[in-house]
Each structure stands twice: as C-alpha cells, then as structure tokens.
Design a binder for this molecule. Structure first.
Ligand code: PLP
Length: 448
C-alpha cells in the first residue's frame, strides 16, 4: 500500500485499482485532473476495445487517430517481438538495419524528391526539426502557420499551433511565428474569397517581409481543428507563392500520412510536393513512438555542409523503425490503403444520408476515413467558431454520450463530431457505426 492508502496491484483483487491509480498518480493530457475516472481498457483487438465492466466499443477514433492497423494486429506484434530480439537500441549515429530499411521505404513511398528522413519520437518533435532545418537552410527566421491548426505540444510546435490549446501556454517561446487564415469559412461561404486563399498568404508576406520568412507550415488536410479539405488548387497556389519568395513549404501529415485519406500521403491528392513532409501516427499505428521529418534532396544537399540543427537520443529507435517497416509491409500486403478509400466512400455515402434525415446536421466534411459532422444551432448556423459555451457544446456532448452508451467510440471538437476509424474497418462495422450515429443524432435534433 502506498503512503496515501492506495492499494497496490499486488494486494487488491480485480481491476478497480487501475482507474484509481490513474486518477491519483497519472496526469492526463489537456484535462482538469478532477475529471471523471477514466475508462479502464482491459482488452482490445482489431477495431474494438473492452472496458473493465465488460462493455465493448467500436473504436471509431482509432484512439488518437493513430491506430490505423487497429488494436493488437498479430503480425505487427510479432514483428516488434522479432525486432526486440534482433536489436532494441543502437544510437542514432550508427547505421542500423531497421533504420536504414525504413529510410529506404520512405524514400520510395513519398512522392517527388522527398528522400531523407530525420526520425523522431512523435509528431511535435518532427515539426520542431522541420522548423529548425528550414531556418538553418534558408538563413531566415519567420514561419507562417495557420489559425485552425495543431502541430504538437512541445514549446516550438505549440507556438506554431493556432488553436485554443495555445492560449493557456501564452506567452509562447518561439519568436517569429506569424499566423494566417485557413481556407475555411464557418457555416459555408466562399473559400475563393481572397481572405482565405493563397492571395491572403501573399498579403501576409508583404506585411512581414518575405525575405525574412523561412517556411510556411500547414496540415495537408486539417485534422483536430477540421476536417478542413483544401479547395481545388489551394495547395498548388500556396506552393507557387512560396517558390516566388524562396520560402520552404512544410506539409504536416502527422495525422493524415499513411493512408488515413485513402492514399499513402495526403499530398498525392493535391498534386503538390512540399520541401519537407512531417509524419508520425500512422507510420506504425503508434505501437512504438515514432515520427519522421522527411526532406527533399535539395535540402539534403544543403545539409551536407551545415550541421543538422536537431538531435534526439531516440532518433531512429530500432524498435520503432522495425515496427514501421513491418507496418508498411502489412499495409501493402493487406491492401489497407485501398480499404481506407473503399470504406471511406461507404462512410461518406452513409453520412450524406444522415445529413438528409437530421436537422441538427449542417453538413459533413472529410476525405478517406477522416470525417466531421457539423452540428448547427436552431438558426442553421454553426454552433461554435472555436471554443464554445457549455450550452453550445451540449448537443455534441449529447451525441457522443448516446453513441458511447450504444458501444460506439467517437470524438468531438467544439460543434464537430469527429470520426476516424482504423483503416482495417469492414463494411459491416461502417454500417453498424452509421446506424448508431442515426440514433445518437436524435439527441442533437432535440436542440434544433
Ligand atoms: N501535427 C498534427 C497534425 C497532429 O494531429 C498532431 C497530434 O495530434 C501533432 C502534430 C503532434 O503529434 P504528437 O502528439 O505525436 O507530438
């Protein structure tokens, strides 16, 4: 027993101690620590997890939109065990088979001249490295980032982040971050309006002195603050503005890389190749922490003569790299990206039908297997532009609660219901989720 009387696992029967120990001794991300006890997950497989009360949930959020291969994929678990037997850790300056194999895989999988990778422990660290590299390579210091964005919780990545999570951490620590608007108008509206297009970037640059700007960073398709799918031509015209001023384009595919949108990388659907691509979550479904900052050959060339301004003890951790090599091989042999495209189309069709039936649904947005349902107020307007009042949040919370009671695990950001199932999802599981959503949305209809 610990000093405050908590029973230790060895002295208490059952599983109740797990949630209690979590509540008292684990600090939970982005939450008030007085919040409700967490669900204790005691078992998980494929798209499903089970809590300590025996409730089964269809994980329609892939945990943190990272578990693309689902829970406990047997081949991936086996490959990690195998890699652990071969090599658990070799420092990043040595060559290691798993690390070299993964680097070659990424060179082959990514479009254009993206060729060399700096491996990190996750998404924020990948973005930190991207910014440091962009600054070193260009000799400039400013970075343009968008408001509706999340780039991670470390100091620099949080300074890039535009969403309200940044407010609690202000004043932020990285000087030189400048913000621009996103190609999204709440409640619809004309995204061709210059305020939301590449012309807006050009205007921001003119105020900021384009010669001082190292990089523009944006999520290819916005994740936690979206989904925001860029309008046709948007990313290409952003690329053109960057090229005109010698500014590097960084696409953050931490959430959408590795099949989430129905293609290996999101950029494939927008006909654009950034100078730097960052990725993490789906690279190995989060089974071992890993991220990557993948740079173009032209950047790799400059880095021959200047020191890489980034380094981590766990850069290219063999266990993480080995798991990613295995994960990519599983995704190829099991047609996982193709399945994401097929089931994504099925989900989209089902959501379009729900839009017709439920007055609370203003519209849907997304791509592949990442979708958002926009809930609207009684006047048909979106409930919340960013952070809402408790009354504004109520319909979304009611939908999430009703879905959970029926065994469907979904997410919510402001007035958007978020859906992102594992990419191995079946047609039957998509249909089950749609029928539960149909029942759950009735709880939001009551407010309209
Ligand atoms: N970038 C994007 C687009 C993300 O969605 C996230 C996490 O959700 C991050 C960066 C940060 O990744 P991590 O939590 O692995 O540091």
């Amino acid at each position: 027993m610990t000093s405050n009387g908590t029973l230790t696992p060895s002295t208490e029967k059952g599983t109740d101690w797990i949630a209690r120990a979590h509540r008292d001794h684990v600090l939970t991300s982005w939450s008030k620590q007085s919040g409700p006890d967490p669900i204790t997950v005691v078992d998980a497989a494929g798209c499903w997890f089970v809590d300590s009360n025996g409730n089964r949930y269809l994980d329609f959020l892939s945990q943190l939109v990272n578990l693309n291969l689902g829970h406990q994929h047997p081949r991936l678990v086996e490959a990690i065990t195998e890699q652990a037997r071969k090599s658990c850790f070799i420092g990043p300056t040595f060559a290691n088979e798993a690390r070299s194999r993964l680097a070659l895989e990424l060179d082959a999988l990514t479009p254009g001249n993206l060729t060399s990778s700096f491996f990190t422990t996750g998404g924020a660290a990948a973005n930190e490295a991207a910014i440091a590299i962009a600054r070193a390579v260009t000799g400039r210091h400013k970075v343009v980032a968008r408001y509706r964005s999340y780039h991670g919780a470390s100091a620099g990545a949080m300074t890039l982040t535009g969403d309200s999570r940044r407010w609690g951490l202000e004043p932020l620590t990285t000087p030189g971050v400048v913000r621009m608007l996103d190609p999204y108008v709440p409640g619809g509206g004309n995204v061709d309006d210059p305020r939301y297009s590449a012309a807006h970037l050009e205007e921001v640059l003119q105020y900021e002195n384009p010669g001082s700007v190292a990089a523009v960073i944006m999520e290819t398709v916005t994740g936690t603050n979206g989904p925001i799918v860029p309008p046709p031509g948007y990313l290409k015209s952003i690329r053109e503005v960057c090229d005109r001023h010698g500014i590097l384009l960084i696409c953050d595919e931490v959430m959408v890389g590795f099949g989430r949108l129905g293609t290996w990388f999101g950029i494939e659907q927008f006909d654009v190749v950034p100078d730097i691509l960052t990725t993490a979550k789906g690279i190995n479904s989060g089974y071992v922490p890993l991220g990557a900052t993948i740079v173009g050959a032209h950047i790799r060339d400059v880095l021959r003569d200047i020191a890489l301004p980034a380094g981590l003890t766990y850069a290219g951790h063999p266990l993480a790299c080995g798991s990613a090599v295995a994960s990519i091989e599983i995704m190829k042999s099991e047609g996982v990206v193709e399945n994401a495209a097929t089931q994504g189309a099925r989900l989209q069709r089902g959501l379009e039908e729900l839009t017709q039936r439920h007055p609370s649904v203003g519209g849907i947005r997304g791509l592949g297997l990442m979708w958002g349902i926009d809930l609207v107020g009684a006047d048909g307007s979106p409930l919340i532009p960013f952070k809402g009042t408790p009354e504004q949040s109520a319909p979304g919370l009611a939908v999430v609660k009703a879905a959970k009671e029926r065994g469907l695990w979904i997410g919510r950001q402001d007035s958007v219901i978020r859906l992102a199932p594992p990419l191995i999802i079946t047609a039957d599981e998509i249909d089950l989720a749609l029928s539960i959503l149909d029942e759950a949305l009735v709880h939001a209809d009551e407010a309209v």
